[in-house]
Unconditional design. Sequence first.
Length: 217
Amino acid sequence: MFNVTIEHNFDELRQRLQRWREEIPRAAARGLNNVAFRVQREAGPELVAGLDRPTAFTEKSLWVGAKATPENLEAVIEMKPLQARYLRPLITGGARGQKVSEQRFMGRFFVPGPSAPINSAGNISKASLLRILEAATTGGTFNGGRVFVVKGGIGQRGLRPGVWVKSKRGKPEPILLFVDRAPNYGRRINFAAVVGGAARSVASDEMGRAVADALRT
């Protein structure tokens, strides 16, 4: 009968195993957070790619709302509040909420009129909208024309309800048109598919890197 004796420092091995047990949850949390921040950077533009000329502000609509910890291995990716205010109807479908500018201006929903000053993104800039609403409230001017409001029904000269501007020699032109109901939108953004797909595409890489770094310590 033969006896084989192996000499090894098992205390050191136990200490290393204990360190790994403690490090793995931390590594997993780091990996999850790396996934979340990559999705925040990379999925934003893809999320709104189907929209007409989305602005850089709209493309940066995602943020990491909560980071993972070793005790709670969950990272939350969500939409920033300002962007969510106008993008949510495009995610869920249905009517949008009333804009602050609409709440301040007669509580009426409105849409850009044919003569609205549209920027390169297809929107009325905030600065232009504030100037229009101020002029409409005070009877002032906008872009050289007198601004007036047709409140309801068919107003003067058969004009639709809205905000109009009239130059000295020109015809009245609609810059904002009132609508009776909140504009309705169909679903155009698949949040779960885009964000979930982006997370799955980078998860293996980021989690594997985090665990490998932990095992090298």
